[in-house]
Design a protein. Structure first.
Length: 286
């Protein structure tokens, strides 16, 4: 999308600019886009809904990153109903980039029992006033029953601060992601404690979402240590205050034949710099 800045290597001095408050209309438009996507899935099929709402370059994980639009275009329609609802939604000051997360449920048939439930994470983008499209999507499962009867809300975020020009935002985000991935291999808990925003949400398969730094580090401390991690792609809002990265990591004790674990991480730029607001990965609970 033209207004979204792809991240490449580079290093420049950092300048920050306080941004105006988010547009309520832009935030509502993303909530409505997520709800329309979910309604499309219930009304027709998952395949039809995903093809209609994914960007042509959307990233899904199967199990590694693949072009989501091509994945669904080449896949036959399968039985089952996937339903979901947005619970936490945030957008960049530019109104061209945002993320949505909330509960999801899967049934073999519309009137059948819930076979799987959990939480999804979708990052969205658009050009100007054109339609929102999903840029990346990943979710987790949890054994605990959940409800789709949720009211969308904004996270309790600090005021948005731009990371500066496109080049400055690019360099500072890449540096923040590299610092975090390097620190993870030393001490996963302390690395996240330093990088998470106060309202951050961390998702790990088999567990309900952890919201807030202390809940997040408690969840992370119960999982194997990260032995290595590397970012693979980045994307940032044109306002330089919201971005995501995806990459891969390795966990201590993983089977030799286990597929690599991939992550999606959403970052928000605040007065103190880039902070993680949402973190989810593809590790599957045994």
């Amino acid at each position: 999308m033209r207004l979204l800045l792809s991240i490449t290597a580079g290093a420049v001095a950092l300048a920050t600019v306080t941004l105006p408050a988010q547009s309520p209309e832009a935030w509502t438009s993303l909530v409505e886009a997520e709800r329309a996507f979910a309604a499309h899935s219930v009304r027709t099929t998952m395949r039809e809904a995903f093809l209609a709402h994914l960007s042509e370059r959307a990233v899904l994980f199967s199990p590694g990153p693949v072009n989501g639009h091509a994945l669904y275009a080449n896949a036959p329609a399968r039985p089952g109903q996937l339903s979901w609802a947005p619970e936490v939604v945030d957008i960049a000051a530019s109104g061209d980039f945002g993320y949505s997360t909330g509960p999801h449920q899967f049934r073999r048939a519309a009137d059948g029992p819930v076979m799987r439930q959990g939480y999804f994470c979708s990052v969205w983008g658009r050009d100007g006033q054109q339609a929102w499209k999903v840029l990346v999507d990943l979710g987790i499962s949890q054994p605990q029953p959940l409800s789709l009867d949720v009211t969308p809300r904004r996270p309790a975020a600090a005021p948005a601060v731009s990371a500066g020009s496109a080049a400055q935002a690019r360099a500072s985000l890449e540096a923040a992601e590299k610092r975090l991935t390097a620190a993870l291999a030393v001490d996963q808990v302390q690395a996240y404690r330093a990088a998470l925003a106060p309202h951050a949400r961390v998702y790990r398969d088999g567990n309900p979402p952890a919201e807030g730094v202390e809940a997040a580090v408690a969840l992370l401390s119960r999982r194997g240590a990260v032995t290595s991690a590397a970012p693979e792609a980045f994307e940032i809002a044109s306002s330089g205050d919201l971005a995501y990265a995806h990459g891969r990591l390795a966990l201590a004790g993983a089977r030799a034949d286990a597929p690599p674990v991939h992550y999606v991480r959403v970052w928000r730029h605040q007065a103190e710099g880039w902070r993680v607001v949402l973190d989810v990965d593809t590790w599957t609970a045994p």
